[in-house]
Ligand binder design. Structure first.
Ligand code: F6P
Length: 319
């Protein structure tokens, strides 16, 4: 059976580890792996290649995706989805493994409802906002990249009596910001999921400043759109010279951590086993409440995971 893998949406560390495991394990099971380059755009344009050992040799430890990714607007149109299906048929590909997030799973739910293709999604996004799974590939690496950046910002902030407002990625989710604030002991954490009570923060910080506080680290989730506002408020109300750092796309790159490599291994093997042994419906591999499982793609797509209450409670204790 021909099975193919592609990446869709934002790249994330761990994609290459999953691609490598997909190819190696499928070959071990005596089947033919294909690589689809440039995500759904490449699927539409027929950039499909039978995978050879050298395509995936030495990639496990590399960030990004050697087969690249894309955010495809064309895939919203039926005619292009039909073209994509024709390309799969041409190569005898019956199943697809898709590394991506919610947008990709929505696209796949529609695609496999229209054409006889089996799909397994592997949750992959640094945002960790995919419904029905507690973990998506890339999250652990991104958290460590952010921690490393914040440790360095802390060095300069504390040497200069300054405030730093650091904007963290996550699209509409405050997951990365919340966990980074907890891990780095930030003084302020502004996320979409929790009301930021400016007067309470002001009162607390003024007290701490009077007791000797000499720097402030504020983390703001990009989804709040409040980075500049928070910086101006700190300058005006707390009288700290303030600098803004937007961490940006460095959060998406880097060598995947051991945890991301292990998760990539588990997810890729599950995806291949499912496609070869029980290809009855279209599913997403998940890690939920400490267990690996498969959930129907419709159950996962088109929803967003809420930030778990336990993290909001931890933030309450950070204030
Ligand atoms: O979904 C991953 C992510 O990095 C988000 O955190 C961010 O909002 C978005 O992608 C950025 O997208 P792009 O790379 O297309 O600018």
């Amino acid at each position: 059976m021909g099975l193919a893998i592609l990446c869709s949406g934002g790249d994330a560390p761990g994609m290459n580890a999953a691609i490598k495991k997909f190819v190696d394990y499928l070959q071990k099971r005596g089947e033919t792996p294909y690589l689809i380059y440039d995500g759904l755009e490449g699927l539409i344009d027929g950039r499909i290649k039978k995978a050879a050992h050298e395509d995936v040799a030495g990639i496990l430890h590399r960030g990004g995706s050697v087969i690249r990714s894309s955010r495809s607007k064309r895939f919203y149109e039926y005619a292009y989805r039909q073209q994509a299906y024709t390309n799969l048929k041409k190569h005898g590909i019956e199943g697809l493994v898709v590394l991506g997030g919610d947008g990709s799973f929505c696209a796949m739910a529609r695609f496999c409802g229209e054409f006889p293709v089996r799909v397994v999604g592997i949750p992959t996004t640094i945002d960790n906002d995919i419904y029905g799974t507690d973990y998506a590939l890339g999250v652990d690496t991104a958290l460590n990249t952010i921690r490393d950046a914040l440790d360095k910002i802390y060095d300069t902030a504390s040497s200069f009596n300054r405030a730093f407002v650091v904007e963290v990625m996550g699209h509409q989710s405050g997951y990365l910001t919340a966990l980074s604030a907890i891990a780095s002991g930030a003084e302020i954490c502004v996320i979409p999921e929790k009301e930021f009570q400016i007067s309470l923060a002001q009162e607390r910080l003024k007290k701490e400043i009077s007791q000797g506080r000499r720097y402030i680290l504020a983390l703001v989730a990009e989804g709040t759109g409040r980075t500049e506002e928070i910086a101006r408020w700190i300058e005006k109300s707390l009288h700290f010279e303030t600098r803004v750092t937007i961490l940006g796309h460095i959060q998406r790159g880097g060598v995947p951590t051991s945890y991301d490599r292990m998760m990539a291994f588990e997810f890729a093997v599950m995806a291949v086993d499912y496609l070869l042994d029980h290809p009855t419906s279209n599913v997403v591999t998940v890690f939920y409440e400490g267990q690996f499982a498969l959930k129907k793609i419709e159950e996962v797509a088109n929803k967003r995971a809420p930030l778990q209450q336990k993290y909001i409670a931890m933030l309450d204790r950070l204030d």
